[in-house]
Design a protein around this ligand. Structure first.
Ligand code: AHN
Ligand code: ZN
Length: 336
C-alpha cells in the first residue's frame, strides 16, 4: 500500500515536472519569438481555385451587359442555371414582373442553387447577377448613358459563388447551402435623372425574394452577400447594416480572413450604411446577413470604377477573388 502510493506520487511528480518543462519551453519560445514555434492556422476547407473563379467572371462579361429584359441578360441567366446544374445543385428559378420607377414593366429572374436540401441548418450565399443600364458615375455626360460591363459590380460575386458551387459538388460541408443570384439589384434611379419618384428602386430581386422565398418560411442560420469583390485594391470594410444586424457573423468572417492571411483585404474598420441586397434580407429577418463589399472611407464610398465604363475585366484580380472565396469557404466548412 505504501509502495503503491509512493509510486503514484512519483508518477504525479514526473508528470508535473514534464508539464512545467513543456510550459517553460513554450513560454521561452514565445518570448524569443522563434519562427519554428509560430502557431499556424490549419484550414479545414478545400482549396478555392482563383483561375476557375476568374473564368466564371470573364464568361459573364462576355455576354455583354446583363440588363434585365435584354437577350444578353437572358443568355447569361441560362448559363448560370446550366452551371449550377453542372455543379450538382437543385436549381430553382423565380420569375415575376415588376413596374419600375419609369413606369416600365421589367421581368425579374432570381436563380437559386440548393445543396443538401435535407439539412435543417442552412447558410445562404447571395450575389446580384444583373448589371446597371447606365454608367452614371462617368464624368462625360455622353458616356453616362452607356451601360456598364459589370465585371466587378455583379459578375465578381457570382463568379466566386460559382466556384464555391463547383467545390460544394466535390466535397459537402456539414450544413446545407443555398446560393441565390438576385436579379434587378442595380437599376436604381440614375444620377442624371432629374426627379426620380420616391421608392425602393434598388434591390428589387431581393425585395421580391424576401416576400416570396423559394421555400415557405425559409430561414438560414446566417447569410453572406458578395458585391464588388474582384478589384486588385479592394478593401472590405465592416459595413453598417452588417454590423447592426449580424455583428457576430461579421466577426466570424473577418477573423477567419485574418487567420488565413487575407488581412490586407478584410480591414478591421467599421464604415457607413450601404443599401444593398442584404438590407431586405435583414429587415425581414430571413437571416442575419453580412455584405462583403469593396468600400472606401472617402469620395462616393465606392471604388473609382464603380458605375463607370472602367468596371471591366482590367479591374478583376485573381488574388482578391481567392481572398474572398477561400474566406467564405472556410466559414461554411467550419460550421457544424
Ligand atoms: C446605392 O448606390 C444606393 N447602393 C449601392 C448598392 C450597389 C449598387 N451595389 C452594387 N451596385
Ligand atoms: Zn452597382
Amino acid at each position: 500500500m505504501k509502495n503503491y502510493s509512493r509510486l503514484l506520487y512519483l508518477v504525479i511528480s514526473i508528470n508535473a515536472l514534464m508539464l512545467s518543462v513543456s510550459c517553460n519551453s513554450c513560454q521561452s519560445s514565445k518570448n524569443s519569438g522563434s519562427p519554428m514555434q509560430t502557431e499556424q492556422y490549419v484550414k479545414v476547407s478545400p482549396d478555392f481555385n482563383p483561375d476557375s473563379a476568374y473564368s466564371f467572371v470573364a464568361k459573364q462579361v462576355s455576354f455583354g451587359p446583363r440588363i434585365p429584359n435584354t437577350p444578353q441578360h437572358a443568355a447569361c441567366g441560362d448559363y448560370l442555371v446550366a452551371k449550377l446544374n453542372d455543379f450538382g445543385a437543385q436549381v430553382m428559378e423565380q420569375k415575376t414582373t415588376v413596374t419600375h420607377y419609369n413606369g416600365q414593366k421589367i421581368p425579374i429572374r432570381n436563380i437559386i442553387g440548393i445543396y443538401q436540401p435535407q439539412k435543417t441548418k442552412r447558410v445562404a450565399l447571395f450575389a446580384h447577377w444583373d448589371t446597371r443600364p447606365f454608367a452614371d458615375q462617368e464624368n462625360d455626360p455622353t458616356r453616362q448613358h452607356q451601360p456598364i460591363f459589370g465585371a466587378d459590380d455583379g459578375a465578381s460575386g457570382v463568379g466566386v459563388l460559382l466556384e464555391i458551387a463547383r467545390q460544394l459538388n466535390l466535397k459537402s460541408p456539414n450544413i446545407g447551402i443555398d446560393i441565390i443570384f438576385f436579379d434587378l439589384e442595380d437599376w436604381g434611379p440614375a444620377e442624371f435623372e432629374k426627379n426620380p419618384p420616391a421608392g425602393d428602386w434598388w434591390c428589387m430581386g431581393s425585395q421580391y425574394w424576401v416576400k416570396n422565398p423559394h421555400i415557405t418560411n425559409y430561414r438560414a442560420a446566417f447569410g453572406i452577400l458578395l458585391d464588388m469583390v474582384g478589384a486588385p485594391d479592394a478593401t472590405f470594410l465592416k459595413e453598417g447594416y452588417s454590423v447592426q444586424y449580424a455583428s457576430n457573423v461579421v466577426e466570424k468572417i473577418w477573423q477567419t480572413a485574418s487567420k488565413l492571411g487575407y488581412g490586407q483585404w478584410f480591414i478591421n474598420r467599421k464604415t457607413g450604411f450601404i443599401t444593398d441586397d442584404h438590407v431586405p434580407v435583414n429587415e425581414n429577418h430571413v437571416a442575419p446577413t453580412v455584405d462583403i463589399i469593396n468600400l472606401k472611407d472617402s469620395g462616393t464610398g465606392f471604388a473609382p470604377h464603380w458605375h463607370t465604363l472602367n468596371d471591366n475585366m482590367s479591374n478583376i484580380n485573381r488574388a482578391t477573388l481567392e481572398a474572398v472565396g477561400q474566406t467564405v469557404m472556410e466559414v461554411i466548412y467550419s460550421e457544424q
